[in-house]
Ligand binder design. Structure first.
Ligand code: SF4
Length: 669
């Protein structure tokens, strides 16, 4: 194993223990299973059965249902029987928070139970407690006493279990000792896993979810390493980003977190948590999984197929994969150094670029005032190929063109050249401020880098790869760049050869997001390979995304990837739970309502959570929280602190706005 995976330079599934969930086998190179969770009231048998069937028909291989108390746990039997009667035998998973007695009932009925180690025994009071080692050991004994009966039932009934840690709901005990960290998440699960192993119970899956993909990726990696170091083996991983939200943002956030781990061969089952009907999560899961579905499951290697030569293996890692640190660079113009990553829009396929086209990438020309309105998600550069623009540009926008076109450009403060690496070394005419140099990682190595490139303080390197396993290929090159102490900023160029907008979205978020999560990248440029015809992207009707403007879609995707990787914040962040049987209001409708009035609050994090039992714990690092606290009642939070209790839901959105205003986080549109 290399740090936390089989290989950092080729795609290889991580070997995990085999787990049996009813008739479904998971782990040990079995196909990556997709799953979702119902949002109906568990006591409403028919509604839950019908929603489960919609999910199963969409392709869900496991169905999770919440069991907040004993009565819901008991009703799982009716749900299961009704599903069986209708010919459906998909394994069911009981979702448990706080209630060991419900878990012990459910474990005798369904094929799998999920427990949250943050609240299975501990009650969360947000208290900071100092434990001595002896006191801490006593607490573990208390957990053992409460948790062992469930383990024994699972072993007796052949029931599987997920030990599902959530970043937002770590116990006060874990928080007091480890803080709000990936290590705290790992230890939270390991305490339960050790108890289960002591009982020779191994039918276990683990998860390390967070609404922050950076934290989530680090926690899963650390978990793999910790299990391997301690047990010499790894239990299967259930991957997910919690409270990802809805629409494109929810999909991108999920794909950045889940996709980054899958690129390294981690993950035996996945769930994409969207604030949408659960059956809509399944196509997103499928788009993620099918990227790795070549081969026989064991090899599933994309690294050595067709055009892809294996990337040189690496035995040293010049960065820490368990914590985030941005690669050190010098700055060139507005790139590198302390600048946020720039977004480059590729408009080179447009025959004649007009001011109208700039609207797609965040610039709106207002004729009466003769001014450009610039949005928070406006591209920093456009690549126009051989085209000089015949209209005045917005002040903040710069243009990248080929060397000959650049020579012909009158305004050298607005236009900058892009060279191939070979041409740059030989070029006699270069910008004295900023030159882009293209390098294909597939056919290149840092050994071949010309000193004239890497020692030039005007050079920004643009990395891309035509290799099949492009992410590993670019990451390998970045490792070499770091190893050699090269400090030029790097723009990551990602092409997609997929066909539908949904597939492109997943591809970009996975490949480019993975690199940004490693601290690599000072700029992003997304494009489409020859096979991906732009007309197809617009025309397709199969998918969730209805793309009317491909340039707007691409620009928004780039900004959303930066937002999801927390490398550049350009909009409001919504942490909304996917809802479940505990939900006390219409989450989709409310999220849309809140989004409509707050989506101009750049950088503000707003959590919208269905219930007060779990919601506050799960909100992680939200600035403000809108949490269901009873039928028609909402409790508002500032951070983790309650500020307005049981507000009537009819005025709750207004009250939320007032709260944001009172805390000086509001700006007028
Ligand atoms: S926060 Fe949302 S998804 Fe989580 S338990 Fe409450 S209602 Fe269900």
């Amino acid at each position: 194993m290399q740090w936390y995976c089989e290989s950092l330079t080729e795609y290889k599934r991580l070997k995990t223990r085999e787990v049996k969930i009813g008739d479904l086998l998971l782990g040990n190179y079995h196909p990556i299973r997709v799953q979702t969770m119902t949002t109906t009231d568990t006591m409403d048998t028919i509604a839950t059965v019908e929603q489960s069937i919609r999910c199963i028909e969409a392709g869900s291989e496991l169905i999770r249902i919440t069991a907040p108390s004993k009565k819901e746990a008991e009703n799982l039997l009716h749900i299961k029987n009704e599903l069986n009667k209708r010919g459906y035998h998909t394994p069911l998973v009981a979702d448990i928070h706080f209630t060991p007695n419900a878990a012990e009932i459910a474990a005798r009925i369904v094929e799998k139970v999920r427990v949250n180690p943050g609240n299975y025994v501990d009650k969360k009071k947000f208290e900071q407690i100092e434990y001595t080692d002896a006191e801490y050991a006593e607490e573990i004994d208390r957990i053992r006493e409460r948790f062992t009966p469930l383990v024994k039932i699972c072993r007796e009934y052949g029931t599987a279990m997920r030990i599902g840690t959530n970043h937002g709901s770590l116990s006060d005990r874990i928080m007091s000792r480890y803080g709000d960290t990936p290590m705290g998440m790992v230890e939270s699960a390991m305490e339960f896993l050790r108890i289960a192993r002591d009982e020779t119970y191994h039918n276990i899956v683990l998860s390390m979810k967070s609404s922050n993909p950076q934290v989530m990726v680090q926690a899963y990696r650390l978990l793999v390493k910790t299990m391997f170091d301690e047990f010499g083996e790894i239990y299967p991983l259930h991957l997910g980003v919690t409270e990802a939200g809805d629409g494109e943002d929810g999909r991108i956030k999920s794909a950045v977190g889940i996709g980054t781990l899958m690129e390294d061969g981690l993950g035996d089952t996945i769930r994409v948590s969207l604030t949408e009907d659960p059956e809509f999560e399944i196509p997103v899961c499928k788009d993620l999984v099918k990227r790795y579905a070549q081969g026989d499951g064991k090899s599933e290697s994309r690294a050595v197929v067709s055009s892809g030569l294996p990337v040189l293996p690496t035995f040293r890692l010049p960065y820490d994969p368990f914590s985030y640190q941005r690669r050190e660079t010098f700055s060139v113009d507005n790139m590198g150094g302390k600048h946020v990553p720039v977004v480059i829009a590729d408009l080179s396929k447009i025959e004649k670029i007009t001011p109208q086209h700039l609207q797609s990438i965040g610039y709106t020309y207002d004729e009466p005032t003769d001014k450009w309105n610039i949005s928070d998600a406006a591209a920093d550069y456009v690549f126009t190929g051989k085209q000089l623009l015949d209209f005045e540009l917005p002040g903040t926008l710069k243009v990248i063109v080929g060397p000959d076109t650049w020579n012909a450009a009158a305004d050298k403060t607005k236009y900058f050249p892009i060279f191939s690496d070979l041409h740059f070394s030989k070029a006699t005419s270069k910008s004295d401020k900023l030159n882009f140099v293209m390098i294909d990682c597939f056919s290149n190595s840092v050994e071949l880098f010309d000193d004239r490139i890497v020692n030039d303080p005007t050079v920004v390197i643009c990395l891309s790869s035509t290799n099949t396993n492009a992410m590993q290929s670019v990451r390998r090159m970045m490792m070499e760049i770091m190893d050699k102490g090269i400090k030029n900023p790097v723009v990551l160029i990602t092409d997609s050869k997929w066909q539908t907008p949904d597939e492109h979205l997943i591809h970009f978020a996975t490949e480019t997001g993975a690199l940004f999560l490693e601290g690599m990248g000072d700029g992003i440029c997304l494009g489409y390979g020859e096979q991906a015809k732009l007309e197809n992207i617009k025309a397709t009707g199969r998918t969730y995304l209805d793309v009317k403007d491909i340039y707007q879609f691409t620009n928004n995707t780039a900004f959303s990837i930066l937002q999801a990787t927390r490398t550049r914040i350009s909009k409001t962040e919504y942490i909304s739970c996917p809802s479940c049987g505990r939900t006390l209001f219409d989450l989709q409708e409310t999220t849309a309502k809140i989004r409509a009035v707050t989506n101009h609050l750049k950088g503000v994090k707003i959590a919208i959570m269905g219930c007060i039992v779990n919601g506050p714990g799960e909100m992680a690092d939200a600035d403000f929280g809108y949490v269901g606290s009873g039928p028609g009642k909402i409790t508002l939070y500032k951070g983790k602190e309650i500020v307005k209790r049981n507000v009537n839901s009819e005025i709750a959105v207004e009250e939320l706005i007032n709260l944001i205003k009172e805390n000086d986080a509001w700006v007028e549109e």
